[in-house]
Design a protein around this ligand. Sequence first.
Ligand code: SF4
Length: 596
Amino acid sequence: MNNQPFNEDQKQYLQGYFAGLQQSGDAPPFAGVTAAGALTARPAEASGGNLAAPASDAAEPSELYGTPYKNLSKEEKIKLAENPLDMWNRMVAMAEKDEFAEGEDIFRFKFHGLFNCKPNQDGYMLRCRMPGCCITAAQMDTLADIAETHGGGYAHVTTRGNIQIREIQPRGTIPTLLSLADAGLTSKGSGGDNIRNITCSPLSGVDPRELMDCRPFARAMHHYILNTREFYGLPRKFNIAFDGGGQITIMADTNDIGFFIVEVPEGQDLPAGLYARVEVGGVAGHGHFAKDLGILIRPEQMVAFAAAILRVFVREGNRANRKRARLVYCVEAMSHAAFLEAVKNEIDFDVPDASAALTLPRGPIDRFGHIGFHPQKQEDQHYVGVAMLVGRMSIPQMRAVADIARKYGSGDLRFTVWQNVILTGIKTEDKAAVQAALEAIEYRVETSCATAGLTACTGNTGCKLSQTDTKETAAEIARHLDAALKLRDPLNIVLTGCPNACAQHVCADIGLLGIKTKRDGESIEAYNISVGGGVGAEQGLARDFAKAVPRDEVPPLIERMLRVYGREAQEDESFLAYARRVEPDIFRNLVEALEV
Ligand code: SF4
C-alpha cells in the first residue's frame, strides 16, 4: 500500500473534487441508467462498431445501412476503408518521421482531435474534450505546458466551451495526446463524424436559479460516447447540450439534441417534480432550431434517451449526401412521429407523451450573466465571468487564470459557448483582488466592453473553409468600438468564416458571415451583416442588414449602427428588440444618413 502523503497537485485536485460534490448537493445522481439498469434495450446490438467494413471477405461492402456502396459519400468510404480508431501505429510512425497526415488520413486524424491546418497554418490544431465545459486548474496547467512545448504558445476557447491548441508539429502529436491522457483529458472524437464536446451550463452547481446541476449528465454522456465504438461513426457531426434551467442559456436549441430541465407542478397528469424536455434537430447554420419532441422524461433517463436517438441516427441518417446528413434531415425524412417511435423502440422505459405546457415557465435569462461578478447559491461565494477577446489565451494568461482559480476560487475553470472563462467559489473579501489579478493579465469583467459579447469561429488562420480572418476582424471591431463608445447594453457580435456557421452568427444581435468580394478588381475580405438573431426565449434567425461590406469598413459601420440604435431606441429597448421592431432597410437608411 502506498502511504505517501498527497502532493500539492493531488491536494488541490481533491479539494476541488469535494468542493464540487458539496456544491452539487448531497451526492450527484448516478446518471444514465434506464429502468432496467441498462443504457439500451438491446445491449448486444449496441456493442458493434460500424466504422469498419462489415465482416466479409469482399474488398468493399455492398452497402452501409441500406445505402449502396457506390452512393456513399467520400467520407463514408474513407471510414470504411480504414477505421480511424485503428490507426494508432501509423500515427506513431508519422510522428516519429515528423510527417503530416495527407490525403484521406487528414479526415481520419480528426477522429483523434487533430486537424491538419495546412496551408492556412503550419501545424495541427488539437481540440480537447471537456465534459460540461469544465476543467481543473491542474488540467489548465497541462494545457499551457502543451501549448508551450508543442504548440504555438497560445490557445483558444471554442464556441462549444472547450479548448483548442494550434501549430502542433507532427512530432508533437503523440506526446500531446499522452500528456492529455495523463491529465485526465482526451481529444478523441472531438472532430470528424463524431459527437462533439458535451455542453452544460457553465454555472452548473453554483447558479442560484438552476433547477438541476447537469454536470453529472454531461460527464456520463461523455464517458458513454468514449466507450461506445458505434458512436464514432455517425453520418455527420453531432452536438448534445444539457440545460439545467438556470439564469443563463447555453444555446441548447441550436444542438442536435437539447435537454432542458423543467418543473412539473402539483395538479398535473404527471407526478410533480423535475423532468427533462427534449428538443432535436438544431443546426443554426442551416436555419434550423431544435424542435420539442412532445415528451417529458426523468432527468436520470437523459443519457439513455440520447443513446437511443444516436442509434436511430446511426441507422437512418443520410450516408450519401453530407449536406443532408445532420439529425434534422433524418427526422424530416422519417417524420416526427416515426422518428419518436423508432427512438422509443431503443429504450426499455416508458416515455409518456407530455406537453411542455404542463411545466412551469422558465425564469428570466440573464443574457450577460456569464460576464462579471455574480452571487452563487452558496452563501458568501461569487463567480466571475471573464471576457477574453474571441477566447484567446497566451501561456502566461492560461497559467495566471489557473493560479487565480486555485488561490481564490474552487480550483476549477468553466468555459462558455461565448468563448470566455468563469471562475467560481470566490469569497466577497477576495473580489477586488481577483479583479486586479485578472486586469493584470489584460482580462476584463465588465459587460460594457465590446469584448464581452464578441465571438468568432476559427477563421482563415486555421480553417481551410474560411473566407476571412474572423478573429482578427473581431479584434479590430473590439478596438474600434471600445475607443469610440461605451455600449448602452451588452451586445452579441458573432463572426463566422463560412456558411457552416460554427459560431452561429445567425443567432446573434449582429452576425457577420465572411465572404470574398472585389474592390478595384482585387479580391478582398468582406462580410455579410445580419441583425436580430437570438436563442431560447428570444429564438429567431437574424435578418440581412448589409451585403459584402469590406472588412476595413465593418468596425465603423457597426459603430454607426450602435449610434443609430442609441438615438432611435425606445426607453429600455434592447438592441435585439430594436433590430426586430425596425425593418432592416429602414435601419440601414438611418445608418447611411447618420452624420458623425
Ligand atoms: Fe471553418 Fe466555416 Fe466553421 Fe468558421 S464556420 S470554423 S470557417 S467551417
